[in-house]
Write a protein that binds this ligand. Structure first.
Ligand code: GLV
Ligand code: MG
Length: 355
């Protein structure tokens, strides 16, 4: 048992006080870059203008001989490149790796004031978060940081799925979770080499027609991720933190990517990873609410000022619950419109007054 009163206290003397409400900012895409790749780094100012979050990746995808260069590159980038309003995150190496301790020490002490969130891969249970939580508090105290760095877990092991709720509530630092279909598939011994999306072999089939037993039987592909993503959304929302879909590996399959992203948006995810600039645009399209739905939500809210009772609007029943659904849609649209004038126009919102 942990005394709930201790949740609001720092875990090291001199560390900043934990924050108890996770800020919800535009988070439609977490665009991954390798900080040791000069070509990618040169594009960062341009990518920052298009992305909600940029993430310097130190873990999988960065080869062993580039691990130190990637860490040092991220320190340099945070010090030298102006990313404007775009948040800077990192994914450190996994907790059993030989690099993670130096990743955390170097990043917190050198650029702790610039990093908003640290993504921790392959989280298995709350003990992984507790380890990072205390270590971050010690490092923050040492560097005299005045706000806590938040932690984001990747859900990518079978045990992690079993321990979802405990991971989500392990620390007030928990900002959110991302779904990692590649490592999760490997951890569960799922027989797929794809990163996200469906699989033509995972399907249901209708019964044979008794009058025509040899006739082809209709079959339909199913979603192998539905159960785990839905559980992640429930664990995150019940803990007041944010769920994200992770990577879609087939960069050329833009339709597949859009479909995977949209399924998770509809289930409650706030954003997804982008592994290539083309996926930034897909995430922007999918995770910004549809203008038609936003206009309808606005109409419902304006028509029912107290949000109560039963009403018919455009032939659809509206009540206290649908009013709340409309609030979810409208408040997301309003937040994104403040950042993006094109969206504001598409939603029919007044331009923000010039301060
Ligand atoms: C992401 O890290 C994944 O393993 O899918
Ligand atoms: Mg992974």
């Amino acid at each position: 048992m942990r005394n709930p009163r201790d949740f609001g206290k720092p875990l090291a003397l001199g560390a900043p006080e934990p924050i108890l409400e996770i800020p919800f900012k535009p988070s439609r895409m977490i665009h991954f870059f390798d900080p040791s790749n000069e070509k990618m780094v040169a594009k960062l100012p341009d990518l920052a203008a298009k992305s909600d979050i940029l993430l310097g990746n130190l873990e999988d995808g960065v080869s062993v001989d580039r691990k130190v260069a990637a860490r040092e590159g991220l320190v340099r980038i945070a010090g030298e490149i102006d990313l404007g309003e775009t948040a800077l995150w990192t994914r450190v190496n996994s907790l059993e790796s030989p690099w993670v301790l130096d990743d955390l020490i170097a990043l917190v002490s050198e650029i702790g004031d610039k990093l908003e969130v640290i993504m921790v891969p392959k989280v298995q249970g709350p003990w992984d978060i507790h380890y990072v939580d205390r270590l971050l508090a010690q490092l923050e105290a040492k560097s005299r940081l005045d706000r806590p760095i938040l932690v984001h877990a990747i859900l990518e092991t079978g045990l992690g799925v079993v321990n979802l709720e405990e991971i989500a509530t392990a620390s007030p630092r928990m900002q959110g979770m991302s779904f990692g279909p590649a490592d999760l598939a490997a951890s569960r011994r799922m027989k797929t080499t794809r990163v996200g999306g469906g699989h033509p072999g995972y399907r249901v089939i209708s019964d044979p027609d008794p009058d025509n037993p040899d006739a082809p039987r209709p079959t339909a592909q199913q979603d192998p991720w539905h159960y785990s993503i839905a559980r992640m959304v429930d664990a995150c929302t019940s803990a007041g933190i944010l769920p994200f879909y992770g990577p879609y590996g087939d960069i050329r399959d833009v339709e597949g990517c859009e479909t995977q992203f949209r399924a998770t948006f509809l289930l409650g995810c706030v954003g997804a990873w982008s592994l290539h600039p083309v996926q930034i645009e897909i995430a922007k399209k999918v995770f910004s609410p549809d203008p038609e739905e936003v206009r309808f939500a606005k109409k419902v809210i304006e028509a029912i000022p107290d949000g109560r009772g039963v009403h018919m609007i455009d032939g659809k029943m509206q009540d206290d619950a649908t009013y709340k659904q409309c609030q979810v849609m409208l408040s997301l649209a309003e937040m994104l419109a403040r950042k993006d004038p094109e969206l504001a126009a598409a939603y029919g919102f007044e331009p923000a007054p010039v301060a």
